[in-house]
Design a protein around this ligand. Sequence first.
Ligand code: PBG
Length: 332
Amino acid sequence: MSFPIVRNRRLRGSNALRSLVRENNVTVNDLIYPIFVTHGSQIKDEISSMPGVYHFSLDRLEEELNEVVALGIKAILLFGVPADKDALGSSAYDHNGIVQQATRSIKKLYPELLVIADTCLCQFTDHGHCGVVHFDKSTQRADVLNDPSLELLVKTAVAQAEAGADIIAPSNMMDGFVYAIRQGLDEAGYDQVPIMSYAVKYSSSFYGPFRDAAHSAPQFGDRKTYQMDPANAREALREAEADVVEGADFLMVKPAMAYMDIIRTLRDQFDLPLVCYNVSAEYSMVKAAAKQGWIDERSIVSEMMIGFKRAGADLIITYFAKDVAGWLRENH
Ligand code: PBG
């Protein structure tokens, strides 16, 4: 009778043994929770495609923040759903824009809670694109103009920093946005405000529910001329490299689940803190299946989270952050 030479099962024999040899862990410090704020009063509207996620008016925000802080979550990612949109997305950089107002009230209530401001124009433009659109009548072509968009994005980032945002997170995918925003922030006196760059952002169908939530679907065309082709991996290195050179403080990969290879590649190639964005459809799919009773939400979500860490992410932006934080407490 011959015996196996290697017995990997020896280290799996008990809970304690498995804990001892566990290579990765998720902690509450890894979690960033997205919050949607809107104008009006007494609004707490559930986003139908994202059960458990709400639009909050400023006067209802406190109850959400209380929960977030009580769970030990250190950072939120703020998205604004403005009342008014125009071609140049001017409410994005208005001193009294919704994100700026929300930031001021959050910092007043919870100065320690990190406010990460998403810096983009698509929620604020009437055409729903992330920059300035030029329409050429003769060719019937609409182009998103890179450099004119940068100016508006810089104004947006500065207005967000002025309002007290702790971290600026540009998600627009224009070329040179990190450099432009870094310069703009420095000139305005915000040289200590870090940039969390959506360095590698794919043109993804996984953003569908978010676009319902943020009312930010493009009114014509798509985002393929600025967001990345899901087929490309080497290009992710070029995007990330550019952002590192331009002064990014964090790199992000978005979406997460279908892009684990990209998370790993960036982890191996760059030393900056790495963030992955577990996006809206990744959330909604789990919610929908759980509601049907087809999957066990808690164990599925926990496995997704540890998968992101194993792939190399330091931080996870996720709509599940409150659930995960709660489960981590219970596990203790
Ligand atoms: C804005 C932005 C988007 C998301 C985050 N910031 C949408 C998009 O690019 O269309 C998506 C987030 C999600 O799906 O959860 N540019």
